[in-house]
Design a protein around this ligand. Structure first.
Ligand SMILES: [Ca+2]
Ligand SMILES: [Ca+2]
Length: 155
């Protein structure tokens, strides 16, 4: 049996260290976004360090139509399992390095129809990468990550 290891990222994904990242052009709920990322054997992006956080900030396109409005993206951090316990969704490890916008996370409960609280994290709340907890059923852009090496077994 031959093992063929292909390094690098597939088209449309950007490499950083040993990971590939994808920024969506379509909006989805946090749950839908997680399903999309999982469907390509990845997960929602997890800025687990200053390095990854800064890389993701560098990848966000400018909103040329509405320069005052920043593009915001779902990332793979949630407190959906236990309120105020923020964890990376792929590993369920607690998040230690955080980049919350001042006053966040506030678990704000909007007076919308579904009346959910805020259990999912939006990246780039302020145009500088800050995080804000938000209602998981809101529709936003999202960013996925996956490991850069695809292993294809031939034989
Ligand atoms: Ca919450
Ligand atoms: Ca919030």
């Amino acid at each position: 049996m031959t093992k063929l290891i292909t390094e690098g990222c597939i088209d449309g994904w950007v490499q950083h260290n040993d990971m590939c990242y994808f920024l969506s052009h379509d909006k989805a709920t946090w749950y839908e976004a997680l399903a999309v990322c999982s469907s390509v054997y990845g997960t929602l992006a997890e800025p687990s360090s200053v390095d990854v956080q800064n890389f993701l900030v560098s990848q966000i396109p400018r909103n040329t139509s509405f320069p005052q409005k920043h593009f915001q993206y779902w990332i793979g951090i949630s407190d959906v399992f236990k309120e105020s316990r923020w964890m990376f969704i792929s590993t369920q490890q607690s998040v230690s390095t955080t980049f919350w916008y001042p006053g966040e996370p506030n678990n704000n409960i909007p007076s919308t129809l579904d009346n959910t609280d805020e259990d999912c994290v939006l990246f780039n709340w302020d145009g500088k990468g800050s995080w804000n907890d938000f209602s998981c059923t809101s529709r936003y852009l999202f960013t996925c990550q996956k490991e850069d090496a695809d292993v294809n077994v031939i034989g």
